[in-house]
Design a protein around this ligand. Structure first.
Ligand code: GDP
Ligand code: IMO
Ligand code: MG
Length: 404
């Protein structure tokens, strides 16, 4: 299957975990290279539902090696953690919380996992990394300085300060547990490439949550687009063979920020069916129609070669089905999303309606078993986004997949 970057083509929660689990069968190594435990990737394995936040999805399959840049739990000899991975510390979480609180209505709606402040320290060159944690004396000294500074900030914000001793002890203890897994993962991956191993790069979040290309400032703090796989892992672009973009057959978003095709009736319908609740925070996802303007742009930014459409079954009882083919703002038609958040919020979608199929797609395993209207719908999505369709998912489990 060659070296594959898998990314979310929308606002996250596209069903990446499910598609990664399908693709993992052919991969030797699965790598997470950005983000943190703000992610929540759902995999159904032997009838049991697992939500993976930090460990690469597909860990449930045997004989795979997993490298990732931040870690919460230990697993076995098949796990590696980069020594360059940044640590999320308790003050990051508290700062995340405080900043959100103080923003009031202008908040981002973060997962409150401390991701923004941790990436902030990384960019400010004051972050603590796995390599620091592997040297207890160095770690404690750096931590003490960081805690001194951050406790003052927390106090100024009216929050409680935190105990250096407690954080130091718990992190050093965790560091000892993680020590066997910490390695130079750049070298590991390059050796694997020399031996023609196949690597799957598991993107977290989605294109429009990218710090540079997303709906800034309503984004996460990492590069969630395809390039992030190269910078995060140290595997150069010319060693990447293909990019798979995952998208839902409609659109969802958790947290604040514009969602041009948001539709309250569609949202209500999904929630009534027990669908579209966040895998990390349990928050209700906002739902809307398929947005070709956004997904076409995602195809461009990521260089999506193949598209995997998930949750097609979610539209089984919807008729007609709307597709946003352009935006309209101040009487002008737009074919790409504007950079400015306020402008995006003022964009009106231009819709085309397609007939629904009013039949279950759940048991389809071949494209020919899908209702004609469903086939027309996915064909239309592929045409509008300009990417080749390679997979259609009609249920959360591994087998509920049509490979084209
Ligand atoms: P991720 O963050 O991109 O991995 O996506 P999440 O796991 O957060 O959210 C996707 C949700 O859709 C999960 O509950 C999946 O189990 C579910 N899912 C994925 N593909 C399908 C599908 O084709 N049909 C249905 N019904 N559910 C799906
Ligand atoms: P997966 O990998 C959906 C959203 C948050 C918020 C914004 C910033 O499961 O697709 P953060 O905590 O990262 O600072 O929050 O990004 N967000 C996600 N939305 N899926 C995710 O991950 C997300 N990770 C972050 O809701 O709007
Ligand atoms: Mg998710």
């Amino acid at each position: 299957m060659a070296n594959t970057i898998l990314i979310g083509a929308q606002w996250g929660d596209e069903g990446k975990g499910k598609i990664i689990d399908v693709l993992t069968a052919k991969a030797d190594i699965v790598v997470r290279s950005q983000g943190g435990n703000n992610a929540g990737h759902t995999v159904i394995h032997r009838g049991i539902k697992y939500v993976l936040h930090l460990i690469p999805s597909g860990i449930l399959r045997r004989g795979k090696t997993y490298g990732l840049l931040k870690l919460g739990i230990t697993i076995g000899r098949n796990l590696l953690i980069s020594d360059c991975a940044h640590l999320v510390l308790p003050y990051h979480r508290l700062l995340d919380e405080q900043r959100e609180l103080r923003q009031g209505r202008a908040k981002i709606g973060t997962t409150k996992r401390g991701i923004g402040p941790a990436y902030g320290d990384k960019a400010a060159r004051t972050g603590l990394r796995m390599s620091d944690l592997m040297q207890p004396i160095v770690f404690s000294k750096k931590l003490q300085a960081k805690m001194f500074e951050n406790n003052r900030i927390l106090q100024a914000l009216g929050a409680k300060s935190i105990s250096f001793r407690e954080v130091n002890e718990s992190y050093l203890a965790a560091g000892e547990k993680l020590r066997p897994f910490v390695a130079n993962t750049v070298v590991f991956l390059h050796r694997a490439l020399q031996r023609d191993k196949e690597i799957l790069f598991e993107g977290a979040q989605g294109t429009f949550l990218d710090i540079d290309h997303g709906t800034y400032p309503y984004v996460t703090s990492s590069n969630t687009t395809a390039g992030g796989a190269c910078t995060g892992t140290g595997v150069p672009p010319h060693r990447m063979d293909r990019v798979v973009g995952v998208m839902k057959a409609y659109t969802t978003r958790v947290g604040e920020g514009a969602l041009p095709t948001e539709d309250l009736r569609l949202t209500q319908m999904f929630h009534n069916l027990g669908r579209e609740f966040g895998a990390t925070t349990g928050r209700k996802r906002r739902c809307g129609w398929f947005d070709a303007v956004a997904t076409r742009y995602a195809t461009m930014i990521n260089g999506i070669d193949e598209l995997a459409i998930t949750n097609l079954d979610g539209l089984d009882d919807v008729d007609p089905i709307r597709i946003c083919v352009a935006y309209r703002i101040n009487g002008k038609r737009l074919d790409v999303p504007p950079c400015d958040a306020a402008q995006l919020a003022n964009c009106e979608p231009v819709y085309e309606d397609l007939p629904g199929w009013s039949r279950s797609t759940h048991s389809a395993r071949k494209s020919s078993q899908l209702p004609l209207a469903a086939r027309e719908y996915v064909k239309c999505i592929s045409k509008l986004t300009g990417a080749k369709l390679s997979m259609i998912s009609v249920g959360p489990a591994r087998g509920e997949t049509i490979i084209l």
